[in-house]
Design a binder for this molecule. Sequence first.
Ligand SMILES: [Zn+2]
Length: 1063
Amino acid sequence: MIILDAAVTVYQYYTARETNTILHGSRRLFLSFLGVDFLFILPGSTPNLHRREAKTMKWLVNILALLVLLWFWGGESKYMVYDTSQRMQSGKINVHLVPHSHDDVGWLKTVDQYYTGANNSIRGACVQNVLDSVISALLDDKNRKFIYVEMAFFQRWWNQQSELLKSKVKELVKTGQLEFINGGMCMHDEATPHYIDLIDQTTLGHMFIQGEFGQTPRVGWQIDPFGHSSVQAYLLGAEVGFDSLFFARMDYQDRAKRKIDKTLEVVWRGSKSLGSSSQIFTGIFPRHYDPPDGFTFEINDVSPPIQDDVLLFDYNVEERVNDFVAAAMAQANVTRTNHIMWAMGTDFRYQYAVSWFRQMDKFIHYVNLDGRVNALYSTPSIYTDAKHAANETWPLKTDDFFPYADKVNTYWTGYFTSRPAFKGYVRTMSGYHLAARQLEYFKGRKSSGPNTDALANALALAQHHDAVSGTQRQHVASDYAMRISMGYAQAEKLVASSLAFLTKKTSTSTAMFQQCPLLNITYCPPSEAVLSNGKSLVVVVYNPLGWKREEVVRIPVSSHELIVVDSNGREVESQLVPIFNASLNMRSYHVKAYLGETPSNAPQYWLGFTASLPPLGFSTYIIIISNAETSSTMSTVSTSDKISGETVVVGGGNLKLHFATNQGKLTRYTNDRSLVEGFMEHSYSYYSAYNGTDQASGAYIFRPNATFPIKSQGQGFTIVRGPLMDEVHQELNSWIYQVTRVYKEKEHAEVEFTIGPIPIDDGVGKEVTTQITTALKTNKTFYTDSNGRDFIKRVCDFRTDWELQVNEPVAGNYYPINLGAYVEDGSMELSVLVDRPVGGSSLADGQIELMLHRRLLYDDVKGVGEVLNETVCVLNDCKGLMIQGKYYIRMDPVGDGAKWRRTFGQELYSPVLVAFAQQEGNDWKNEHVSSLSMIDASYSLPNNTAIITLQELESGKLLLRLAHLYEVGEDKDYSIMASVELKKLFPDRRIRRVTEMNLSGNQERGEMERKRLAWKVKSQEEEEEIVRGGGVDSEKLVVELGPMEIRTFFLQLDDHIRMFGSV
Ligand SMILES: [Zn+2]
């Protein structure tokens, strides 16, 4: 026994010449044998041996050591087989080791640079290496597992593999060794994308996985985004069919409390309307998405590897096993049930995968030999099933996880606004994409030629949590924008050819359509072209929404001798508004910046006319040279200094805005129909950015130092009036220009702002905000939307889940806004809608504040390593970025605001698509279809329902998504069950089959519901009955939608002889 004990001991403590291996105090002898010093524990030996006894002992020990060495040289130092087959064990803490690599599809490098390993001087990251080496490591041991998340990378890799390797990888996926989780093209941001973009990018990835592997991802893995939205939980989680959602980032105060309460794992109900029918088990990591300290094994990592070869001087198995058990117990102490998960990896890890797997193999082997805890290769799905099997009752979470602070003064609320021009571009293209896909379907999808695929892919990438978030480096932002612009170019051609197809009536009547993507900088060559005799401009206006719509179309023109006629030749009222210098200056600089040349002639007027549009269809208007008797109405223009009286009232319809002439500002709002009236002020200010060393304001972080009102420098303003719209133009200072516009037929004010370049010559970064102030007593309460969908109640300096310590009274009350925000006081509501994601708050009662632009001079040390100081350059002349955008203001009696926020909000997301053609003579109507609705002529979708996807898939099936736009209880008329008659949506085709799918279209809805795990929830409140639409009868083909419900269908339609055009 002594020999055996000694052998084991020598084996364990081969040498301690250079280490401080723990030894047992007095029981040690130093041996000199074969020239090597051995540290050797002799069981039962006493501290003070007699000299002769010691000599005898030394001799005995030498013999013993020799035997020991022969033993382990003969057996243990050879090839070692590690037992990695461990599964879960009851009665022990199970440590689920989840190998993963967090691969940003663009951040410090572009997506392609990350994929190929190019530009490694910025960061040594090559996703190709990750996938190559992971696959090989998985093939080496069938017990190893890996999860992969970002399909934009995986697709790039997959396309390059041999058929042989593909079949091996398919096997790895089939056996669960390689599991796709999340499975969208990217791990999307949760604060700044629109829900339609989130659905689209997830669908794209999920359909790829379904097509290649026949798999449906089960787990949401949003480990890195900087705060988490309700829409992620219920829509992109539960409605996709995920059984769980995991993430890392949450408010540090919230996390601390949840660790004490063991509430890092919850059941999250993100939607008031859909409640428990779309809840999801959600796990938050106790720290971050990396392993506990000391367990990271990329080749340059400093964690001690397990050294279990007895020939190694630093043999450390027992020590490392102890470390492992200690880290596991620490996590188990803050976690319910005896299952804990370690996310084994972090950003761009596993470039040499075996470096990680080798260590995990050993840990699993030795930890399980030790037996105190149970370690296993796992995935989040296995972990979720274990949590579910534990039959625990979980705490309930409602609303969301915004804003996110990782420490005092470090609120990640700046990125809600960072890169506002890019954010605006993404949103504009998102709406365009929706319309273009409809037109692609109407024409018939072609595998060759222009299509919408490139735009879909570019928009998918742009939803990444370092893309639309604005937290990437400048060259990466340019890369995203370039991809979108290339995608747009394809889609623009597709749209033009589809409109040509739809308008074609005779064989000779193909029209060449042009569009104007630079209309925001007053640049539109086809509408600016001077019409010579006999020529006229054809304007086709397409409405992607399922309801009728009246929309004022505004285009720049070069002449005032014009009239607009409809397709029946009847004149339509129109209005000419002079183009002011502010717009012309913006135009000439930016056209040069975008196109490399300054346009020779500038247009002189905006021509506005009202287009009446059928649902899901188009109308045609023709602009012709007027004769002497009739012409478009020229606006009257006056300046405030010429006006007698203290107040100017603008607005030719129900809405009137009152401006104080002497102060040059808005003072009052009245609506003659709703009788709402009251004080209203509109102002701008900026926060000076904190630039101290502890935490600067930057791309992610909003850290204001002080706030400064921006006073109007010139008090005067210009008033434009006409039959369709009135405008008030104000140049607040040399870098803020504003037009407040009131359309006669609308009851909201449209504010068009131009901001920039933000001056920084004082060495201070600035974050520019606007405030709309009323007298409403709103009791610190306001509402902001979640990804353009559910509105969430916010209360200043308050959190639902914990007692907030207020350290940042401004930044800590900022929330992301995608659709809008509102406040109410029991009698009136003030609503503001936006044209792109922005950050905002209500810091004073009755007020809504939006942050519109930011220009900063310090990095916030959150990783991007670059200052958010965007510029626009013409040749080498660069100046700070100017942005132009819009927001919309309206007041309503309390309870009436939702109608505008929801129905008009959808019109904002889906603006009309305008295309131009020129014609000789006046025969358009004879040669072309000039007005068409693609749905039944007598039909219209109800105003609470939108078609959010109408897409012909490669399989020929049609993907149709319908969304209810209202929440439960939000509006007395529209928060009710809606129904859509499919037969009337597709009047000229027979619907052969309707299959209801999950949200991302990768499985049938029924199957998803059957598989869905049911969770027990600890909740005090009785839940109200949830309203969802019933099954779709195959005869009636009517789809019902409950409040906030989105339903996804695959339709198989009979081929039809199209009633329009000739195929
Ligand atoms: Zn990331």
